[in-house]
Design a protein around this ligand. Structure first.
Ligand SMILES: NC(=O)c1ccc[n+]([C@@H]2O[C@H](COP(=O)([O-])OP(=O)(O)OC[C@H]3O[C@@H](n4cnc5c(N)ncnc54)[C@H](O)[C@@H]3O)[C@@H](O)[C@H]2O)c1
Length: 270
């Protein structure tokens, strides 16, 4: 389905690692809707080479950048302005990583070097990207910036570990920067709180498969798939959502407002 609702729009998409990545689906949908964009990921992620396939199929340019490195981000902004032929209209921040999760460290036994690195990659990077975009005046008025988050920012999901804290910080940055960017340049900033989704980042969380089934049973519409998340991103990049900013928007099939479902209760009957 394509209505070309991003026709003439330009952007940067962070975080397409492989065809399961949410950012990958966003890139495919943005291309279908007529957008022109730059793809970026950490230099280390480039080694797998898959992003080049996406660049080919979406007629886009790849510019590597470690989203924690200010020099890389500035270089990305300047090169993107050049490659895209002017200011752009949207940015997708689809980046997350916890070394504590990866190394199996419990929340009550964090390695704080790991914690700081995870915070930098998953949350502070969002601030860095927006600060650089603002400094280079890289985004058009009514432009739209979206980051992806998870409900563990508001409620406890024990195995999500320090990513919960990272997501709280990320959502706070969206509100605060959204205020400043809105005032200065009418640029919108939002986070989308997505259902658990089978991707490289998602499946790193302990007990993910059981959890995804639980979440499915707790969501009146079922878990939202990655492609549907991409559709929601497209709507936020479009002109149809011009007054939506500084929000955390749940895209979760109703999970966030459900106390319990009959399906889950039935599992406790004797
Ligand atoms: N999968 C889920 O269940 C789920 C649910 C809610 C929110 N999210 C969020 O969606 C976003 C995308 O994750 P995904 O599920 O598509 O997984 P993914 O593993 O495909 O994407 C994560 C991306 O982060 C990139 N990255 C890591 N370190 C980086 C760095 N230093 N600089 C630049 N990029 C870096 C990786 O290379 C990768 O492309 C993340 O913010 C994640 O927390 C995922």
């Amino acid at each position: 389905m394509s209505n070309k609702i991003l026709k003439g729009k330009r952007g940067i998409i962070f975080g397409a690692l492989n065809d399961q990545s949410i950012a990958w689906k966003v890139a495919e949908r943005a291309y279908e809707e007529g957008a022109h964009f730059v793809l970026t990921n950490a230099p280390i992620a480039m080694r797998m080479g898959e992003i080049n396939k996406l660049a080919e199929s979406t007629n886009s340019t790849v510019i590597p950048a470690d989203a924690t490195n200010l020099e890389d981000i500035d270089n990305l902004m300047l090169k993107s302005l050049d490659v895209l032929g002017g200011k752009f209209d949207f940015i997708l921040h689809s980046i997350g990583m916890s070394i504590n999760v990866r190394k199996g460290r419990d929340y009550t036994d964090e390695n704080y070097d790991f914690t700081m690195k995870g915070l930098d990659v998953s949350a502070l990077s969002f601030h860095k990207v927006m600060q650089s975009a603002m400094k280079h005046d890289a985004i058009n008025e009514w432009g739209s910036i979206v980051a992806l988050t998870y409900i563990a920012a508001q409620r406890v999901f024990p195995d999500y570990n320090d990513m919960a804290d990272n997501k709280s910080y990320l959502e706070s940055v969206a509100r605060s920067f959204g205020y400043h960017y809105g005032m200065a340049k009418k640029v919108r900033v939002n986070t989308i709180s997505q259902s658990p989704t089978l991707t490289t980042a998602g499946s790193g969380v302990k007990g993910f498969h059981e959890f995804i089934n639980y979440s499915e049973a707790m969501s009146p519409l079922g878990n939202a798939p990655a492609l549907a998340c991409a559709d929601y991103c497209i709507s936020l990049f479009s002109d149809l959502t011009r007054y939506v900013t500084m929000q955390n928007l749940f895209h979760d099939g109703g999970f966030s407002n459900t106390g319990v479902t009959k399906e889950v209760i039935s599992k406790f009957s004797d």
